[in-house]
Design a binder for this molecule. Structure first.
Ligand code: UDX
Length: 429
């Protein structure tokens, strides 16, 4: 099929090339001229395992092209994906101006029946608005259908997630569009769920909010375990093996971050509010997530007693492992707070230091965990990189001024750490 993807951000640049890999012909459109120029020269602006290869192969075989012209992309294609960003406004609502603008331009450019697919994360009822907009600006009354097809891609495994999804959600108002979208995704062999457009839109926000809720539940549970003398790792293993609950997203830690969960939970609270419903439980999810960071900071302070003039080493800056993404990373709040209390900070992250340098001031960025530990009064683990799990603990202990590790991601076993001579504090154990 011939497909136009508008927006070469994270979602568009994974969706387009993966659809090309399935044999479709893709035109990727972006209004950022530099980005399109770079893509034409083979420079891929994001890092995702496997993505470079897929893009280069499909460009070579003539299945992907890049342009800044929506008109060109729309005229060449049968299916148009809108994959532009919907950043949060200060009040938590999603800013839909890019979606609206693209819908208008698609309408101007249409010359035959098109399926217009919303892939961006948007509030429920956006599909209706997109359809109204296209109708209004589509002067020749060309036939079209609007579809909602939310994405569930995780950073670091987006290509795998696209190729092996748990389910594909397709919200439609017409059988014609349902048939075209089913044919498009059939090669993946995954479960395809046809719903109405509003349900599809809600599925996206509900899924991310539910996962965030699981994490906040685990974090609350961790506090109870600490007070009771239980072990959160044993508790979530026991709970998670009930197939109705599941083990995934029950890891207690320092709270969720990243570009999706904080934004989507907050947006969903606003969406419900606008519809006249107070989504109490999600407000609690947000509060717990905020407090989890504060509790962790307090744990550091309680362990060190006075933070002022101490040197604290931070291992891990990215919001999760295998990415350089620092958006809403808990490490930022933690470092800012410790600095405000008068601590000096050394830090190391395998991928995120270049990004972190722009966000954090007065941090000494180190070449490895050992340089971080050298002369530090304590080590604080903020991201569970595999590199840290295999660290030489004996060497670390000798380099630290005091053998203290405060672990926000539970990467070590407390008994082992005691035997290795550490004062080891973790979450919920
Ligand atoms: C998430 C969703 O998983 C994905 O479906 C959606 O499309 C985008 O948002 P992502 O933000 O890439 O993906 O990361 P994810 O792996 O889901 O982790 C999100 C945050 O939750 C991270 O900060 C992570 O550290 C935290 N987390 C995750 C926990 O604290 N505990 C867990 O058990 C799982």
């Amino acid at each position: 099929m011939k497909i136009c993807i508008i927006g070469t951000g994270y979602v568009g640049l994974v969706t387009g090339p993966c659809l090309a890999e399935l044999g479709n012909v893709i035109t990727c459109v972006d209004n950022n001229e530099d980005k399109i120029k770079q893509l034409k020269e083979g420079v891929i602006p994001i890092y995702e395992p496997g993505l470079d290869e897929i893009i280069h192969r499909n460009v070579e075989q003539g299945r992907i092209s890049f342009t800044t012209s929506i008109e060109e992309g729309v005229k060449k294609s049968d299916i148009i994906f809108i994959a532009v960003s919907t950043p949060p406004k200060p009040n938590g609502q999603a800013d839909l101006s890019s979606v609206a603008n693209v819908a208008q331009q698609v309408a101007y450019s249409m010359d035959s029946y098109k399926v217009i697919v919303d892939k961006s994360t948007v509030p429920v009822k956006t599909g209706e608005k997109v359809a109204e907009t296209i109708k209004r600006y589509n002067k020749h009354n060309i036939d079209f259908d609007v579809v909602s097809n939310p994405e569930f891609l995780r950073e670091g495994s987006a290509v795998m997630d696209f190729m092996h999804p748990d389910r594909i959600v397709i919200g439609v108002t017409s059988q014609r569009a349902a048939k075209i979208m089913t044919e498009l995704y059939e090669p993946l062999g995954a479960q395809i769920m046809i719903t109405n457009i509003k349900s599809a839109e809600i599925i996206k926000h509900a899924s991310n909010s539910f996962l965030a809720m699981k994490i906040s539940f685990a974090n609350e549970l961790a506090s109870v375990c600490e007070l009771a003398g239980a072990d959160i790792e044993e508790v979530v293993a026991g709970m998670g093996s009930d197939s109705r609950i599941g083990r995934a997203f029950l890891n207690a830690g320092i709270g969720y971050g990243g570009s999706c969960f904080p934004k989507d939970v907050s947006a969903f609270i606003r969406i419900a509010e606008d519809l006249g419903h107070d989504f109490h439980i999600l407000k609690e999810v947000e509060r717990i997530n905020r407090e989890q960071r504060e509790r962790f900071i307090k744990k550091i302070e309680d362990t060190l007693w006075v933070v002022k003039d101490k040197q604290i080493g931070i291992l891990g800056l990215a919001f999760k492992p295998n990415t350089d993404d620092m958006r809403s990373a808990p490490s930022i709040d933690i470092i800012n707070h410790l600095q405000a209390e008068g601590a000096s900070i050394r830090a190391y992250d395998p991928e995120a230091m270049k990004v972190a340098e722009k966000l954090l001031e007065d941090v000494m960025f180190c070449k490895d965990p050992y340089e971080v530990a050298d002369g530090s009064d304590a080590l604080v683990i903020c991201t569970e990189w595999d590199e840290f799990k295999n660290i030489d603990l004996e060497r670390i202990r000798k380099l630290l001024t005091h053998p203290i590790i405060i672990d926000g991601r539970n990467i070590f076993v407390p008994g082992d750490m005691d035997r290795n001579g550490f004062l080891y504090k973790s979450i919920g154990r």
